[in-house]
Design a protein around this ligand. Structure first.
Ligand code: ZN
Length: 132
C-alpha cells in the first residue's frame, strides 16, 4: 500500500535559486593580470553575465581581493564547465542566491581551487548585503 509522502522539509527546492555568483579571487601584486584576462574572456563569451567592479580592497565576507560575476540560472550549465576549464589557477567561489547570505556562502557554496576563509560575521540570514 502506498501513500503520498509529505515533502521532506530538509530538502530544499532549487527553484528558490534566483541567480548565481562566481567570485573570482586574485592577488593584486601577482595574479591581477590573470584575473583581468579571465574577465575579458567571460565578457566576450557570456554577455548575459554581469561583471562586478574590482575590489582590490577587501569587501564583505571576502578575505582576498576579488570581483564578482553574477549570472542567471539558465547560464549555469554552460558557464560552469567553461569556468572549470578556464579559471587559469584562480580560486573561485560559486554560490547560489537564495536570499540567505550565510547559507549561500557556506552550506550552499562550491569552491574551485583552494577554499578560502570567509568573514562569516559579515553575512546574515536575510537579504543580500553589498559585496556578497
Ligand atoms: Zn556573492
Amino acid at each position: 500500500m502506498s501513500e503520498a509522502k509529505a515533502p521532506d522539509p530538509a530538502i530544499k527546492d532549487p527553484a528558490i535559486i534566483r541567480d548565481y555568483h562566481a567570485h573570482v579571487y586574485y592577488e593584486p601584486a601577482s595574479s591581477r593580470d590573470r584575473a583581468a584576462r579571465l574577465r575579458e574572456h567571460v565578457a566576450a563569451a557570456f554577455p548575459e553575465a554581469r561583471l562586478g567592479r574590482w575590489h582590490d580592497a577587501l569587501v564583505g565576507p571576502h578575505t582576498r581581493s576579488m570581483y564578482q560575476i553574477a549570472f542567471p540560472v539558465a547560464l549555469l550549465a554552460t558557464f560552469l564547465p567553461w569556468l572549470l576549464l578556464n579559471r587559469d589557477g584562480l580560486t573561485v567561489l560559486l554560490h547560489p542566491e537564495t536570499a540567505n547570505d550565510l547559507a549561500d556562502h557556506t552550506a550552499h557554496a562550491a569552491w574551485l581551487g583552494e577554499i578560502l576563509p570567509l568573514r562569516l560575521e559579515a553575512l546574515r540570514e536575510g537579504p543580500q548585503l553589498a559585496g556578497t
